[in-house]
Design a protein around this ligand. Structure first.
Ligand code: ADP
Length: 300
């Protein structure tokens, strides 16, 4: 089973021919509202791909929080450890998607910001019960650090998707089985550039020297770069027509957790994650674009 500790947001998306410049107002295209948040997206992606998923999160006492909870239940996610913050609104993300399917995102974290390390105490047994713990950085960093600690202490595999990238305390790295930055997150975290093959291998080495066991750097349409004790290699993604890359990384990470929890090798898990994420970029939305397991057979 998979334990996801992370954020839940409501995504408000406008399609636009281009991104606005500072001070510019654009008339965009269609407006969409979707459930999102990296934690929720990854939990839903994992559940749709066949994972037995428990989600720990904090919602606001408002319509957005209620809708999110209902959505998780509909997806078959265990919601026993989802908390409500009576004082803060649920998280909201404002997203712009351009003609190429690229996106910009601003998040008001709301109740995601009050999920504390102490809140994890109620779920300590869950860390012992699960196989894999999947984390991101849209909740307070001390909470992420504590979750990694609890999981590592229980001997569980911790996957950290370090998004959005921010400075991490050095102590977290030794608790990580796997870190999964995209290109820009890898650059922000290490201070190194990820331009070519030798640069990417240096970035992976940076993480491994800090104690992370395995590294997967996602490379958009190029798939992902994997680095572990066997060295580094590229694993290509299927070619698709990208419509909206929102949550591609989330689907990738949810899929990776499912495959690893099922006992797949890292390379197999990355292949599976590439297929799931590639399919998700052919559709609009975050959680709504996450594929079901049976859909993967039609790709490739
Ligand atoms: P993020 O969405 O976090 O910025 P990436 O852009 O690296 O991360 O995308 C994550 C994963 O999604 C990639 O490793 C790949 O599997 C898949 N993906 C993203 N964009 C494309 C694309 N245009 N074609 C095929 N797969 C894609």
């Amino acid at each position: 089973s998979i334990l996801v500790v992370g954020s839940s947001n409501t995504d408000m998306v406008i399609k636009s021919a281009k991104f606005p410049d500072p001070g510019e107002t654009l008339l965009g295209g269609t407006f969409f509202m979707f459930p999102g948040g990296k934690g929720a997206n990854q939990a839903v992606a994992a559940a749709r791909l066949g994972g037995d998923v428990t989600f720990i999160a904090k919602l606001g006492n408002d319509i957005f929080g209620q809708q999110a909870l209902q959505q998780f239940q509909k997806e078959g996610i265990h919601t026993d450890f989802i908390l409500t913050d009576p004082q803060h609104p649920s998280g909201v993300a404002l997203i712009t998607v351009d003609a190429k399917g690229e996106n910009t995102i601003v998040v008001a974290q709301g109740s995601n910001g009050t999920l504390t390390a102490e809140d994890l105490t109620q779920a300590e047994k869950e860390f012992e019960r699960t196989d894999t713990v999947l984390l991101q950085l849209e909740i307070p960093i001390p909470t992420v650090v504590r979750a990694a600690e609890l999981a590592a202490k229980a001997g569980k595999k911790v996957i950290l998707n370090p998004a959005p990238a921010t400075t991490l305390p050095e102590t977290i790295f030794k608790d990580l089985y796997l870190i999964t930055p995209n290109r820009s997150e890898a650059e922000t975290l290490t201070g190194l550039s990820v331009r070519d093959a030798s640069a990417i291998s240096a970035v992976s080495k940076w993480f491994r020297d800090k104690g992370v066991q395995k590294v997967v750097i996602t490379l958009g349409s190029e798939g992902a770069y994997v680095h572990d004790e066997r060295g580094g290699r590229y694993i290509a993604a299927p070619r698709v027509q990208a419509v909206d890359t929102t949550a591609a990384g989330d689907v990738f990470n949810g899929a990776l957790a499912v495959a690893l929890a099922e006992g797949s090798s890292l390379d197999e898990a990355v292949q599976f994650a590439n297929r799931a994420a590639a399919l998700s970029v052919t559709r609009m939305g975050a959680q709504s674009s996450a594929p079901y397991r049976h859909e993967l057979t039609t790709l490739l």
